[in-house]
Design a binder for this molecule. Sequence first.
Ligand code: ACM
Length: 522
Amino acid sequence: MEREIVSIIPQPWSTEKNEGRFTLSCDSKISANAHGCEAAELLAYYLRPATGYALPVTNRADTAIRINVGGNGQADDAGFTDESYEMKIDMQGVNISAPARAGAVRGIQTLRQLFPPAIFSDRRIENHKWTIPCLHINDKPAFKWRGMHLDVSRHFFNVEEVERFIDLLALHKFNILHLHLTDDQGWRIEIKQYPGLTAIGARRECSLTGHESDRPRKYDDQPYGGFYTQEDIRRLVDFAAAREITIVPEIDMPGHMQAAISAYPELGNTDISLKPRCHWGISQHILNARDSTVEFMKNVLDEIMELFPSRFIHIGGDEALKHEWSESREIQDRILALGLKNEHDLQRWFIGQMNSHLQQKGRRLIGWDEIIEGGIVAGVAVMNWQVNNVGAEAANAGHDVVVAQHSHLYFNFYQSEPTAEEPPAIGGMTSLGKVYSFNPFLDGVAEDKKHHIIGAQGQLWTEYISSMKQLEYMAFPRVCALGEILWSAGEKKSFRDFLMRLEYHRQRLACLNVNAHQQAAV
Ligand code: ACM
């Protein structure tokens, strides 16, 4: 019993256990100083459904739960603030103190996990004793970028579903949600200046049924669509910000653009009339490199920057097939006119255009690792998804790197054998144990460049994930393991210990109705 009580995921930096317990009652109150108010409101919101207590938030100091936040938190160059916190629990109450709001919000997630799992229930549990052990916790994250990616193009997840996912990420102390908003199969965000992007680009005529590798391919006859209005996006950004999660938007270019080219053919290279793609895989249709196309994409990014306060803006850059560029007279002339060597150089030039635009507005460009294939673009951050040494090379060259290697961090891969008994997935095999074994400090990164590995991220590509239930099945419990790798100190890592805590943590996930995979395959 004793060990279950402090089964926190991710494991805090240091936990000292003391005698006794504190019991929350219907008369308890939460107090906060000025900077701690929002965190206190969030805690009251979390504790209310299961306890039924409407815990008031006051600025009086004599309450059972006290939250003290030093300030708004000065962001570093990459936009990250201090997330450390200290929590002291004695029989009289709980004290959470943090230098910045983010720390208090992380502390609240720890506090929730100290109550019995039923605290996560969305309905009132009668006659339950809401007690927690007396503890002294000091906690801080190991990595700055603790991310999950979600592809909302192949399948669309509505605002309520994304909010639910954000809340589950917050529970595991993630701080980044990377939203993959556009792809060949659907453009999913309203852009006021270019309404065709959603009027035409957000809807495909049908979707593949079965697997992409099946021959012949089979399709349903259901048009499929959906997109976020700018109002929806503001709501999501605010919901995430209250949980100290930054939404990093991705507009994938110059490849993965078939939906946009379908709506605005002048962005493309051929006269072929296109529609958003109905099967998976990569489209050959890619943006051209006209000034007007560069301008179009900068205008899109301007609206994106207005909606998303994130310091990092993701411009994709992956899998930009170059056949159309090789075959286009206009593109070949453009390459010569710009004094470039080849198509890879043109991609580097294109990314450079976006980079200077983002930099002028005080933002930073991040892209998949192909963005530096044609040569280094100064100042960009690299998301290393391929299993290669590009991530290590980029870090050694002084680029910030987020590790997202598909071998360990693609949660759209299978997670247990036999795969024939699992719902269809893209392929691969990434067990819970494999995720837990991952070390974001890639081989080959020089000791004095390790600080450029700013963190890591799990990916959920949704070709084979068409519902929230399936999304949860693929994400959990792998998200729990990744959360721990990224928050907790590397040398304390123990898969055995993690599995014991996970056993208990599953009760919390069950109260939250999370459709987690039940096996914990090594
Ligand atoms: C990717 O999987 N194309 C980043």
